[in-house]
Design a binder for this molecule. Structure first.
Ligand code: NAD
Ligand code: LMR
Ligand code: MG
Length: 567
């Protein structure tokens, strides 16, 4: 039954200052009496609609996006139902305020905007009390989800010391249906190498250079083992870890717990869905593509592997053959055999020197093979940007690509908006409306040569990770397997507007994110049950109904005072 009747053990000031239970002016007369609130609230009893109207009017009086973000953050500290219902009612308008791109500015100014702590802060110098701190923060809770970050690679803005886990956690509840009281945002503060933060007297994190090596691994491991021990059925989400740790941590834990790295797997999944929609328009197969990945970090490699695995599983292409469809470019150019210091995890995608002799002159440090060289030589059908290099897809690059194929597929995915590899409007103009486009942050539509709007799909992992997570949580999966992720990605691809009209967006609108993510969750849970990863004994046909019943929604339930109730 939703909304549920809640048994609450808090009275008076204590319930008004607990955002999980506070209803403000919406407490009923009976609740005011039972919880000692009659003298603590003004007379009028408001409905949730009226509260949302008032809050929306107040929000509109903020003139900047960052001001709106701070206002909403305060509202989250006061009343969760009101916060989430306001967002739900104005989803399209407010997601960019609480999430990408505005969240990037909020995190960059975290210490200066700081008002109130939230979630769990595990800090390296306090490592000896980690278990105590963990248990204190999770006492009495049945946690379904931990969203963790060490904040080393926040979006494209780099090392921010602390931040992001709370913003990503909000999206799980807003569009994924996860009960916010069952989610914990975890900040793993292992220091920062950001000089500005280290020199800022108001910095709220640990002002120390980042811990590396065994000390770092032991610290993260202590946290992961606490999650495993106390909440064995929970999902553990990793967000914005640095490239040297992200892939390693995922590999280390993925067999033993349901862990999920959003930048690697979430981005890989949403990009696979977007690409499947695009090749639906070009009427080609995944394995027919020649794909340039520009920026071979966590997201770039995650996308590469996801697309490669999909070629293998959907088109039945041997993995080694599928590897040959990718050209990875990082800050020193195309990744070839002779490039020094290539990360171990990129080795299977390294290109042979013998294919690129004309661009390599011995001993010349400027001989890196540039994006334009690669575009001209291989004539890619797809180019994906995860480089943080604003403007990296120049006019020359885009025009050269358009010469080599009819409908160039161009996904500049770097966030926030100011770091996009090419403004989609320019890519559309330079290709005379031929490009099939998707970006990581929201952009306004571009104009097609026939005067119609071309809607730019928002290929952001938030269109899929809440659904992947909710699917894994409700099916109590012991692991988040590749096949569960592919099932979610295929379901999202099947909902693409471009399947019906090739001139329409490659992905559904973010305004529909809750229903889209629900479909993803159903597909994930069905797959988990089918392959035996699930901990529930549902039949596949029951999944939709069961999932519906588990969706958390921002509505007020009835409260009953009970001294043994929740607090
Ligand atoms: N749209 C999405 O859903 C989504 C998801 C994850 C990441 N991203 C974005 O992708 C970008 C990268 O994120 P990440 O987590 O992979 O970071 P990362 O630091 O792991 O990777 C960035 C990579 O780009 C390389 N690079 C830097 N400058 C370059 C240049 N001039 N040319 C080519 N490569 C260059 C870096 O060496 C690094 O390998 C960020 O802007 C992030 O916001 C978007
Ligand atoms: O947070 C986002 O907007 C997407 C992604 O995880 C990123 O790091 O850019
Ligand atoms: Mg991220």
């Amino acid at each position: 039954m939703f909304p549920p009747i809640s048994r609450v053990a808090l009275r008076g000031e204590a319930i008004l200052t607990q955002p999980r239970f506070n209803k403000g002016t919406a407490f009923t007369a009976a609740e005011r009496k039972a919880f000692g609130l009659t003298g603590k609230l003004p007379y009028r009893i408001n409905s949730l609609d009226e509260q949302c109207q008032r809050a929306y009017d107040q929000l509109q009086s903020q003139t900047t996006d960052i001001g709106k973000n701070s206002f909403l953050q305060s509202m989250k500290d006061q009343n969760w139902v009101l916060f989430y219902s306001l967002l739900t009612r104005h989803l399209r308008e407010l997601i960019p305020i609480i999430y990408t791109p505005t969240e990037a500015d909020a995190i960059a100014n975290y210490s200066h905007l700081f008002r109130r702590s939230e979630g769990l802060y595990l800090t390296f110098p306090n490592r000896d009390s980690m278990e105590e701190d963990f248990l204190e923060a999770t006492k009495g809770k049945s946690v379904d989800l931990f969203v963790s970050s060490d904040a080393e690679a926040i979006l494209g803005i780099g090392d921010q010391g602390v931040g992001i886990s709370a913003a990503k956690s909000v999206i799980y509840s807003l569009i994924g249906g996860i009960d916010p009281s069952k989610a914990v945002a975890v900040t793993l503060d292992v220091g920062t190498n950001n000089e500005n933060l280290l020199n800022d007297p108001l910095y709220v994190g640990w002002p120390h250079e980042r811990i590396r090596g065994k000390e770092y691994d032991d610290f993260v491991d202590k946290f992961v083992q606490l999650v495993r021990k106390h909440f064995p059925h929970s999902l553990l989400h990793f967000e914005d870890y640095g490239v040297t740790n992200a892939q390693r941590l995922l590999q280390r834990y993925r067999e033993t717990h349901a862990v999920f790295n959003d930048d690697i797997q979430g981005t890989g999944a949403v990009t696979l869905s977007t690409l499947m929609a695009a090749i639906g328009v070009t009427k080609s197969k995944l394995c027919d593509q020649r794909i340039i990945i520009y920026g071979a970090g966590s997201a770039g490699l995650g996308i590469t592997k996801q697309l490669r695995d999909a070629m293998a599983s959907i088109d039945n292409v041997p993995v080694e053959e599928a590897n040959e469809k990718f050209w990875l470019i990082d800050k020193h150019g195309l990744i070839t055999e002779s490039l020094p210091d290539v990360r171990e995890d990129l080795k299977e995608f390294v290109r042979k020197d013998s294919e690129w002799k004309e661009f390599q002159s011995q001993g010349d440090s400027n001989s890196e093979i540039k994006l334009l060289d690669v575009v001209k030589k291989i004539k890619p059908t797809v180019i994906i940007g995860t480089s943080t290099h604003a403007g990296g897809f120049t006019r020359e690059v885009v025009e050269a690509m358009a010469e080599g194929c009819d409908r160039p597929i161009i996904f500049p995915l770097s966030n926030p908006s100011r770091l996009v590899e090419v403004d989609p409007k320019d890519a559309n103009d330079w290709t005379k409306g031929k490009a099939l486009l998707a970006t990581g942050s929201p952009f306004p539509p571009a104009k097609m040569p026939n005067g119609k709007d071309y809607i730019i799909a928002e290929c952001n992992n938030a269109l899929i990770y809440p659904g992947l997570g909710f699917g894994a949580v409700i099916s109590q999966s012991r692991q988040m397997t590749d096949t569960m992720i592919i099932a979610g990605a295929r379901r999202l691809a099947s909902l693409s507007p471009a399947l019906k009209d090739p001139d329409d967006a490659l992905l559904p609108d973010f305004g529909d994110a809750p229903s889209i993510n629900f479909e993803v969750a159903v597909a994930v849970a069905e797959q988990a049950i089918e392959e035996g990863s699930a901990g529930v004994d549902w039949k596949k046909e029951e999944v939709r109904e069961k999932a519906k019943a588990k969706l958390w929604q921002p509505v007020y339930g009835e409260y009953v005072y009970d001294e043994n109730g929740d607090r």
